[in-house]
Every structure is written in structure tokens, then in C-alpha cells.
Design a protein around this ligand. Structure first.
Ligand SMILES: *[C@@H]1O[C@H](CO)[C@@H](O)[C@H](O)[C@H]1NC(C)=O
Ligand SMILES: *[C@@H]1O[C@H](CO)[C@@H](O)[C@H](O)[C@H]1NC(C)=O
Length: 324
């Protein structure tokens, strides 16, 4: 079953070696509180790294790990991926009949599993084609309420469309970032050398990813970290359909039950300024879940202020603001 075990933890091991050597080079940072955070597939490599750090600490106390935060993370493939159907349906992206097909005839975890194994069944192919037609490529799956970057969707050119007046989020920021990071002066300033590639891209396929590793659950590792006393926060940008809040909330709630943790902050709103920043629940002051209202898969991209409040609370080890 764990035929990819060695690859499963390879990134975590590399990250551990990096941190060990970094502390050798900068020993004055050794006693600092250390937090790690990331989103999406970081639901895999951050718990894995944190676990290696706690194991390493048993031999030599090197890492003063104070907590991990995971945003819209993949923690259990089937739960995470199958919450997509309800998210699409409840946000009006697919019809009642397509919702039924997408939950009974072929669900998303089955489709992805078949796709990664290179044998998509006719039924899954039919269901996914119906889902894609209805959701359309003009909706950003990472934030279903956000406008899309038209030049990017149509793949016409790298020339950016002028921003509309009054728009607060630049939806073309990813294209702009890629262009910026490919500027020679920027690469020189960052000491970023291109080795073996001609240009910098997002999620480059130069790397040979072990795609089926995504099916290995990491929520169990999160459970072991909590048991070892490491605070964990799982947060969800609530407009993301890729790893929707509903799957993450279910997984955290189930984990709390399994570990016998009690609710210390009952499900409630939290505030940023005078507005609701999202909802939160805390278990035994060590495991917490929070949504960020109006936020995308990469929450700070569409809700920077709310994300900052969440991040500060996480670093302070405090529950999210209850009032304004
Ligand atoms: C870290 O803290 C310990 C105990 O307070 C101290 O003995 C040690 O010198 C500190 N190390 C560094 C690198 O600051
Ligand atoms: C998804 O489909 C698989 C395979 O048909 C099935 O085993 C699983 O229970 C389904 N999950 C959900 C949440 O419907």
C-alpha cells in the first residue's frame, strides 16, 4: 500500500536537512519560536516536516516548534476532493441533475484517481465533461466569486488587460508575478539561478511528481502532532472549491472526536475591523479550525487584512477576536 513511502517523505527530509544546516549557519536563531505554515499540498509536506522535527528533537532539541498552520490543505484525499460537488452545487455552478451524477455516478476522488492512473472510465469522463461545461472556464475554481484574469483564461498573450476602475483585487497578479520573477534583474537580485530550466514557472513539470501520493492521508500525522503538544490551526478561504472548507471542517471535527478533545471555543464568528472575518472553533486550546470569509484558496490574495488578523492570532496562540 505504501509503495511510494520513500518518496512520500522526501520533501520533508530535504526540508529538515535545510533547516539543520540553516541553524548551523545562523545559530543565534536557534532559540527562537518556530512556526511553519503553508497551504494546499502543504497539508502533506508540513505535517510530515513537523513530525520529523519532533522526532529529531528527541535526539537533540534543535527546533523550538510552536505551531503549524495549514490553509485549504489536502489532509484526506476523498473527504477533501468530494466536498467539491456540494460546493459547486450550493454556489450555483452546477445543476441539480449534474450534482446527482457527480455524487453517485462518479465522484471527484474516483475521477482523479482514475486520471492519475491513466485510465478514466467512460462514466467518469462523461460526468466530468458535464461538470466542466456547466462550471465553465470563466470561473476561478480557487475563488468562485472572483473575476478571472481574461488574458490568462484565453491564453492569448502575456499582455495584461487594463484594470477596471474600482477593482480592489488584481486578478491578473499571477501572470504579473510570473513575468516579474522571470526578469533578469529580479533573478539577479534574488540570487535565483536557473539551473536546468529556461524560465521560472508555477508548478513546473520539470519535477517528476509522485501524483498518487495525494491519496495518502496526512490527517493522521496532524493527530500525532496534536498529541505531541504541537498547536495546529487549519484554516479555509471559504470561496475555494478546490479544497473546500466543508471537507477541512469535517476532518478537523472528526480528528478532535478521535483524540477526545473538548471544544474550548464553540463555533462562532470572529472579527476583523467591524466585519465578520469568518468562523472558528477551537478544541482543547490546541487544535483549531477557522474560515476566512470571502477568501480564495490562497487566502491572503483576496482577503489580506483578514488573513493578517488570523495569522497574528496564530502566532500569539490566541483565539480569533470575538468582538470589535
Ligand atoms: C539557547 O537557550 C539556552 C537556554 O536558555 C542557552 O543555554 C543557549 O546558550 C541558547 N543558545 C543560543 C544559540 O542562543
Ligand atoms: C466516491 O466513489 C468511490 C468509488 O466509487 C466510493 O468508494 C466512495 O465511497 C465515494 N465517496 C463519496 C463521498 O461519495
Amino acid at each position: 500500500m505504501f509503495h511510494t513511502l520513500s518518496l512520500f517523505v522526501i520533501v520533508a527530509r530535504d526540508n529538515l536537512v535545510f533547516l539543520q544546516n540553516w541553524f548551523l549557519k545562523f545559530p543565534h536563531y536557534r532559540n527562537r519560536s518556530l512556526f511553519i505554515t503553508g497551504e494546499s499540498y502543504a497539508g502533506h509536506y508540513i505535517p510530515q516536516l513537523a513530525e520529523l522535527m519532533t522526532q529529531f528533537n528527541k535526539k537533540e532539541k534543535l527546533f523550538n516548534l510552536k505551531g503549524i498552520a495549514l490553509g485549504n490543505p489536502v489532509l484526506e484525499f476523498a473527504t477533501d476532493f468530494n466536498s467539491r460537488a456540494e460546493f459547486f452545487w450550493s454556489h450555483g455552478l452546477i445543476s441539480d441533475s449534474t450534482y446527482k451524477l457527480f455524487t453517485t455516478a462518479c465522484n471527484y476522488s474516483r475521477y482523479v484517481g482514475e486520471y492519475y492512473r491513466g485510465n478514466v472510465s467512460p462514466i467518469c469522463s462523461r460526468v466530468m465533461s458535464q461538470v466542466s461545461t456547466e462550471t465553465s472556464r470563466f470561473v476561478d475554481k480557487y475563488d468562485v466569486t472572483l473575476d478571472v484574469c481574461i488574458s490568462s483564461v484565453l491564453s492569448q498573450s502575456k499582455i495584461l488587460t487594463p484594470q477596471q476602475v474600482g477593482e480592489t483585487i488584481d486578478v491578473c497578479v499571477e501572470d504579473e508575478t510570473v513575468n516579474y520573477l522571470n526578469r533578469q534583474d529580479v533573478q539577479k537580485a534574488l540570487h535565483a539561478r536557473l539551473v536546468g530550466v529556461r524560465k521560472w514557472t508555477v508548478c513546473s513539470n520539470v519535477l517528476d511528481y509522485e501524483l498518487l501520493d495525494i491519496e495518502i492521508p496526512t490527517i493522521t500525522i496532524v493527530g500525532r502532532l496534536v498529541k505531541a503538544g504541537i498547536p495546529v490551526m487549519v484554516y479555509s478561504g471559504d470561496q475555494d472549491s478546490v479544497i473546500p472548507l466543508t471537507g477541512s471542517r469535517t476532518l478537523v471535527n472528526q480528528l478532535a472526536k478521535e483524540l477526545g478533545l473538548k471544544t474550548t471555543v464553540a463555533y462562532r464568528v470572529w472579527f476583523e475591523g467591524q466585519q465578520v472575518g469568518g468562523w472558528t472553533q477551537v478544541y482543547d486550546n490546541i487544535l483549531s479550525f477557522a474560515t476566512i470569509r470571502g477568501a480564495s484558496h490562497e487566502a491572503p490574495f483576496s482577503q489580506p487584512e483578514r488573513s493578517l488578523v488570523l495569522f497574528k492570532s496564530f502566532l500569539d496562540g490566541q483565539p480569533l477576536p470575538e468582538a470589535f
